[in-house]
Design a protein around this ligand. Structure first.
Ligand SMILES: [Zn+2]
Length: 191
């Protein structure tokens, strides 16, 4: 699987929430930077109908959807489940969707494919689908924030043991190990 910071969350909606991240100790919104926004869409394999939307519209839609994702994350962290107001907000979005159905042929036979009628609907549908699937199948305690104090990235821990601590071992895991190592050395030198 493609390993990029744009997919560290492991799920589309968490990857969207992760478009706000720490860069040199300050919060940065990656959607404000057009090349980063397009890279995010590509890395998350969004369909052409979404990628072809005008940039301004895309940013607006993604930002609005991201607010919903943040609310879900906050609910999970605080209460371990969805709160009623967040449920209602998701419901409002879901009820507005106009979905088209297409019959497609797969290797195993025909299948029905659901997609938004427009690029913007396709995007909403994908994000809502990702949130609903997660809430149904992934325990709340498996949705976590990276333990590094300077990092705000979240991820779904789908490892067997459920002991993932870092958004990425290569970055935060190693930064932590290095900090621990130097702290120990300093202690030894002082002691
Ligand atoms: Zn991290």
């Amino acid at each position: 699987m493609l390993q990029t910071i744009n997919r560290i969350g492991g799920l589309l909606w968490i990857n969207l929430a992760n478009t706000v991240r720490m860069q040199e100790k300050s919060r940065t919104d990656r959607l404000l930077d057009p090349p980063s926004l397009l890279e995010w869409l590509r890395d998350n394999e969004l369909p052409d109908s979404v990628r072809e939307l005008p940039l301004e519209q895309l940013r607006k839609e993604l930002t609005a959807l991201r607010e919903l994702c943040d609310r879900v994350l906050e609910d999970l962290a605080r209460h371990g489940k969805l709160s009623e107001p967040t449920y209602d907000a998701l419901q409002v979005r879901a009820e507005k969707l106009i979905v088209g159905v297409k019959l497609t042929m797969t290797g195993e036979g025909p299948d029905l494919e659901y997609t938004g009628r427009s690029g913007s609907e396709a995007l909403s549908l994908l994000v809502l689908r990702s949130i609903a699937d997660t809430l149904r199948t992934v325990p709340a305690e498996r949705i976590r924030k990276c333990e590094h104090e300077d990092c705000i990235l979240r991820f779904a821990d789908i490892s067997k043991g459920g002991r993932r601590r870092w958004c990425s071992m290569e970055t935060c895991g190693n930064r932590h190990k290095a900090a621990e190592f130097y702290a120990k050395k300093k202690q030894q030198a002082e002691g």
